[in-house]
Design a protein around this ligand. Structure first.
Ligand code: MG
Length: 275
């Protein structure tokens, strides 16, 4: 109780220095005074002030949690690098449980959607999967390159790809295997290039991924945007009689541009942006 009252006084002192909007919205004074046993609102009030990714985390740069939210909601676009002061935040997010937890939400929703499907079972129903940061994780590479805070280096990244050692993302594998089981054919549509086909196939197989309908890689000479490339390939699939019942990727450019697929799912990726 004494601790709760002490925290209450600290919170009141902090709140008194906030704007009227914060005072009214987050922690009305009367409610503060009435609060005795309940500490949850107190924690709520303190978190934006003291949280590691919040206001204090923004010293010398942007607030990293707000920046990541902006990225995931596609409000922040066309960025080249993660803000320098967010390397620690993004690193903790990716290496800790947060990324896995957020990914699990996405896949749980995808699986719930799968349960609602009325399948024709004609072999034409497909699910489009992106590869990098969707099926395979390049986190071992990005962990050595500032989690996206340094400019993308195609030479060193392609050297990493050619190792064929990228681990599978376990949540995505859960969806992939479920689709195989019910007769929806997984199909890969990736920004990886045709010359990376063999190593990509080997990498996928080494991670227990089998049975895909096709692996579509970017062909030499293609100059358009990721959206143009991927939507164009999906259009060809649709024209060939395939029904895209689902589409999942880590970039917005994986899932926008008609035809998107009957439903799209966006996995988190605060490390890089592909437009
Ligand atoms: Mg990707």
């Amino acid at each position: 109780m004494a601790m709760a009252k002490m925290l209450l006084l600290v919170a009141m002192a902090l709140v008194s220095s906030c704007s009227a909007w914060e005072l009214n919205i987050q922690m009305p004074t009367k409610r503060l005074q009435a609060m005795d046993e309940t500490v949850a609102p107190l924690i709520h009030a303190l978190r934006p002030l003291l949280g590691s990714g919040g206001e204090l985390g923004s010293r010398g740069g942007v607030a990293c949690d707000s920046w990541v939210l902006g990225v995931e909601a596609h409000n922040v676009r066309d960025w080249k690098t993660v803000p320098t002061n967010c390397e620690g935040y993004v690193g903790h997010y990716m290496l800790g449980s947060h990324f896995r937890r957020d990914s699990k939400i996405v896949i749980d929703e995808a699986l719930a959607y799968v349960e609602t499907l009325k399948l024709a079972g004609n072999g034409k129903e497909i699910w489009v999967f992106d590869i990098d940061e969707t099926t395979l994780s390049n986190l071992p590479y990005y962990a050595k390159h500032g989690f996206g805070t340094t400019l993308f280096n195609a030479t060193s990244f392609n050297a990493y790809v050619l190792e064929g050692s990228a681990p599978v993302l376990p949540e995505t594998k859960r969806l992939y295997n479920k689709l195989l089981k019910i007769g929806v054919k997984p199909l890969f549509l990736t920004g990886r290039t045709e010359d990376q086909r063999d190593i990509t196939v080997a990498n996928l197989r080494s991670q227990g991924i089998y049975g895909w309908k096709d692996l579509l890689l970017k062909q030499p000479g293609f100059k358009g945007s990721a959206v143009a490339y991927k939507s164009g390939e999906r259009q060809k699939l649709q024209d060939a009689g395939y029904v895209i019942v689902g589409n999942i990727g880590d970039q917005w450019s994986d899932i926008i541009g008609a035809p998107e697929g009957a439903r799209t799912f966006k996995l988190p990726d605060p490390m890089y942006y592909i437009g």
